[in-house]
Ligand binder design. Structure first.
Ligand code: AGP
Length: 607
């Protein structure tokens, strides 16, 4: 779980690498390093800690001259976050340097073999076997050594390699980890994510698994795993450069919360025409819809909670049972999945290891697979039979916001799309599509109508625990609301189905215990009201999330958060917004590192 960058051209490489690494810091931030080649010498500089420390150590790159280099920002998996374990790693002769994102599964066996051959290891990382293997196979041709080395590696890897015998050249290798090439004028780049490239170029090449690239200042050559040169398509990045920056907000998370009306609009707009939902990318799936006996949604974290929210619309409209399974559990559960199952894998990054593994498992069992993904060309997207992109744009903050709302929105659209094909005569589908089209406006209203959130955060930020309760669709939104709170504010936050309180949890409710009660589903409103009364009679302080005109709730709650009225089946995408803002302001009150919460990383590429 790391970010890698590479550069070759006429500029000093180090400042370019450092700038790229800052953009990738969300992928891991416990240590960092760069290796720069000057003529035929490689100089490595590494630090424990963040890129800022590396900038300081290298005087913003000035102390490491040279026009070709590679860089790395790390989130430790094998070995503690120390300078020794930080990348780049050097070969024993100091002539080859490697950066790596991913996991080498067979590194122990390779390490033993290399030790027997006389190689010395300086780190505890799995990565170091790669650079020693390269030295072992190197006979004057890096390309050949790369092919031989790649043949020995099991696992996932995106690699950046430089060799002192080939001044001006950078190699990039992809196997099950993202890697993108940036095409400039007289300069070339690679990076784990386009956000590290867009300030230099908008022309990119997405490497596929098993491919590697040889970059020099004036050429880009891509090869398959047998060394055969292949032609690749150049793609133009249309994002605004600003989209990958903070745009004036204090944190990426706040910026991304505010971007949600636009992001959800981008998700919906190309997919609804004249009251009908259209997915050109799913045409091949349509003839198989009648034979689907169940739908299984699989994902991790917030993406899993998006599945919990979308399940209601899918089941209600498609009349097919929908199971929502944690990807990390599904793959070990001998799941009852066969060719009559449609598996929907949801992932913002498209690189979550558990989701990838669950998807593979389901494919092997014969299921049709559909990926709901934000990052174009990611592993989940390439694995599935069908891919629907959420079009949320780059999400930098570790805590997902627009990633979640666009995932939920895609599930609403899928529910309508499947229903249109399965039961074209169903009354009201067109009206529901219109309701979904209003979501961007309602999300904006939910942002605008909650000016009291900073004050509420100041009131509740010291609470040792927060309980989120709700029923049905409100419960689904509560799950994500509690996750947002705990991951960025470090408060203990738990979501409970409100009806479950009396089966045990209510024992934890005492004087001044804050309870955040979601009351936006009219079908269960009376029951939700009873649950509020239950906790209030035990001394709880209730912060209710509801509609402005919901007098019953207004009269019993201590504090209020509002959303505009939305049909319950589609309300989770709106309900979550005030809860994201509440979590944000509580975390801010607590002085937390909001965009990079402790112990977390944006893309969880380890199981
Ligand atoms: C969300 O705020 C989390 N940081 C995390 O739960 C995330 O949703 C999860 O790791 C799944 O990520 P993905 O959508 O990229 O697969």
């Amino acid at each position: 779980m790391c970010g890698i960058v590479g550069y070759t051209g006429a500029q000093n490489a180090a400042p370019v690498l450092l700038e790229g690494l800052k953009k990738l810091e969300y992928r891991g931030y416990d240590s960092a390093g760069i290796a720069v080649m000057d003529q035929d010498r490689i100089e490595v500089s590494k630090v424990r800690g963040r890129i800022a420390a590396l900038c300081e150590k290298t005087r913003d790159g000035a102390s490491v001259p040279g026009c070709t280099g590679i860089g790395h920002t790390r989130w430790a998996t094998h070995g503690a976050p120390t300078e020794e374990n930080a990348h780049p790693h050097l070969s024993n002769d100091g002539r080859i340097a490697v950066v790596h994102n991913g996991i080498i599964e067979n590194y122990i066996a390779l390490r033993e073999e290399l030790l027997r051959e006389g190689y010395h290891f300086l780190s505890e990382t799995d990565t170091e076997v790669i650079v020693h293997l390269l030295e072992y196979y190197y006979r004057g041709n890096v390309r050949d050594a790369l092919i031989k080395t790649a043949n020995r590696l099991q696992g996932s890897y995106a690699l950046g390699v430089i060799c002192a015998d080939e001044p001006g050249k950078v190699y990039a290798v992809r196997e099950a980890s993202p890697l993108i090439l940036g095409i400039g004028l007289g300069e070339h780049f690679f990076a784990s994510d386009v956000t590290a490239l867009v300030s230099h170029t908008r022309s990119v090449i997405y490497l596929e698994d098993g491919e590697f690239a040889e970059l020099s200042a004036d050429s880009v050559r891509v090869f398959d795993c047998s060394g055969r040169e292949i032609a690749k398509k150049t793609t133009r990045i249309l994002w605004d450069v600003q989209a990958a920056e903070k745009g004036g907000y204090e944190h990426f998370m706040l910026k991304e919360i505010m971007e949600q009306p636009g992001a959800v609009k981008a998700t919906i707009a190309p997919r609804i025409r004249d009251g009908k939902v259209l997915f050109a990318e799913l045409e091949g799936l349509v003839p198989h819809l009648p034979s689907i006996r169940k739908i299984v949604i699989t994902a991790c974290g917030s993406a899993y909670y998006a599945g919990c929210a979308g399940k209601y619309a899918l089941e209600r409209l498609c009349r097919v049972p929908v199971g929502v399974e944690l990807a990390s559990e599904l793959r070990y559960s001998d799941p009852l999945i066969d060719s009559g199952t449609l598996v929907i894998a949801i992932s913002q990054s498209g690189e979550t290891a558990d989701t990838i593994a669950a998807l593979r498992e389901c494919r092997e069992r014969g299921a049709a697979t559909l990926a709901v993904v934000n990052v174009v060309g990611s592993s989940v997207a390439s694995l599935a039979d069908y891919t629907v992109y959420t079009w949320a744009g780059p999400e930098i903050a570790v805590a997902t916001t627009k990633g979640y709302t666009t995932q939920v929105t895609v599930l609403y659209l899928l529910a309508l799309f499947f229903a249109e094909h399965l039961y074209p005569d169903t009354f009201g589908l067109g009206r529901m599509a219109e309701t979904v089209q209003t979501l961007p406006r309602r999300i904006q209203e939910a942002i605008d109508m909650n000016a009291s959130i900073p004050a509420l955060a100041a009131k509740y930020h010291r609470s040792p625990a927060l309980f989120f309760i709700g029923r049905n669709t409100d419960y689904a939104a509560a799950l994500e609301g509690a996750l947002k709170m705990k991951e960025i504010s470090y408060l203990h936050a738990e979501a409970y189905a409100a009806g479950e309180l009396k089966h045990g949890t209510i024992a934890l409710i005492g004087e001044h215990q804050p309870v955040i009660a979601l009351c936006c589903n009219p079908a269960v409103m009376e029951k939700s009201l009873s649950n509020i009364v239950e906790v209030k009679s035990r001394g709880a302080e209730v912060l209710a999330l509801t509609f402005r005109n919901n007098q019953k709730i207004l009269s019993v709650a201590d504090d209020l958060l509002f959303i505009p009225e939305v049909e319950a089946l589609f309300s989770a995408a709106v309900e979550i917004v005030p809860l994201q803002l509440l979590a944000y302001h509580v975390a801010r009150e607590n002085g937390c590192d909001i965009d990079k919460p402790k112990n977390l990383a944006k893309s969880v590429t380890v199981e």
